[in-house]
Design a binder for this molecule. Structure first.
Ligand code: CP
Length: 308
């Protein structure tokens, strides 16, 4: 696989071999960073971060990753401060930004926006989340975190909890997990079940899938519990949101039913899905998961720039 100039738009474009290669590269970069403190693979290269939707982790970890590779960063975190406000199209924005940079990271509320950007640009484009569709770099860092915690991904029982309808992280992650021998527990209120086409595809690809709304009934089976926020901003009707708001809260009481070795993950931000008292428990790895964003995104930037 030639990584130079490759776009990263959907996890569907990744084979298991591709995923493993990114994870191995990230491991190597994490080790090198610990030894040397700072790397210079991307000296002279410029990353453009175009965030049309709010972000803390994805934008800042991409920026941190580029700085740690020795490169520099331009970009915006609100489209309202750009000429988009004057009516400039996404196409023209991308054609402009590629004159100033070597790689583009884009987050956009519309599904397919990152794919469109990749079609327009001659430089690599990385999808940092497009609507409810995909968040492939989050998935790669999620897999990196699971592998760091267990030394493997095959053989695990993984629960995806919360907003499985609108949550792009769980869409991407479940699709990536079809490359592994895992059992999936999809735990959500009826209104927020995983889209049927994804469940059908998971089953067609040999994944054992259990669907339930009963977290406490299945938590004892799980090796990983991946919680998600209910995506209020994606509900067409606030009344529908109010019906499912606060459906699950993971607290120390709920965790009494879990295996000692259960790991709790969350892409963050959280609202009320995980009680803060869980943060200091042996189960919580969601801040390690946040850290994984840096080496994984260093790997993706370095590979797509062709500097590693
Ligand atoms: N996990 C994630 O995408 O977080 P941000 O929205 O803060 O980038």
């Amino acid at each position: 696989m030639d990584w130079k100039n490759r776009d990263v738009i959907s996890i569907r474009d990744f084979s298991r071999e591709d995923i493993e290669f990114v994870l191995k590269t990230a491991e190597r970069l994490e080790r090198e960073l610990k030894e040397k403190g700072h790397l210079d693979y991307a000296t002279g290269k410029i990353l453009a971060t175009l965030f049309f939707e709010p972000s803390t982790r994805t934008r800042l970890s991409f920026e941190s990753a580029m700085h740690r590779l020795g490169g520099s960063v331009i970009g915006f975190s609100e489209a309202s401060s750009t000429s988009v406000r004057k009516g400039e199209s996404l196409r023209d924005t991308i054609k402009t930004v590629e004159q100033y940079s070597d790689v583009i990271v884009i987050r956009h509320p519309k599904e397919g926006a990152a794919r469109l950007a990749a079609e327009v640009a001659d430089i690599p484009v990385i999808n940092a989340g497009d609507g409810s569709n995909q968040h492939p770099t989050q998935t790669l860092l999620d897999l990196y975190t699971i592998k760091s915690a267990f030394g493997k991904i095959d053989g695990l029982r993984i629960g995806l909890l919360g907003d499985l309808k609108y949550g792009r992280t769980v869409h991407s992650l479940s699709e990536a997990l079809t490359h592994y021998d895992v059992e999936l527990y999809l735990i959500s209120p009826e209104l927020l079940r995983m889209p049927r086409h994804i469940v059908e595809e998971l089953r067609e690809r040999g994944i054992r899938v259990h669907e339930t709304d009963d977290l406490e009934g299945v938590i004892g089976e799980l090796d990983v519990l991946y919680a998600t926020r209910i995506q209020k901003e994606r509900f067409p009707d606030e009344q529908e949101y109010l019906k499912v708001k606060g459906s699950y809260v993971i607290d120390r009481e709920v965790l009494k039913k879990a295996k000692e070795t259960l790991k709790v993950m969350h892409p963050l931000p959280r609202v009320d899905e995980i009680h803060p008292s869980v943060d200091s428990s042996k189960h919580a790895i969601y801040f390690k998961q946040v850290f994984s964003g840096v080496p994984v995104r260093m790997a993706l930037l370095g590979l797509t720039l062709g500097v590693l």
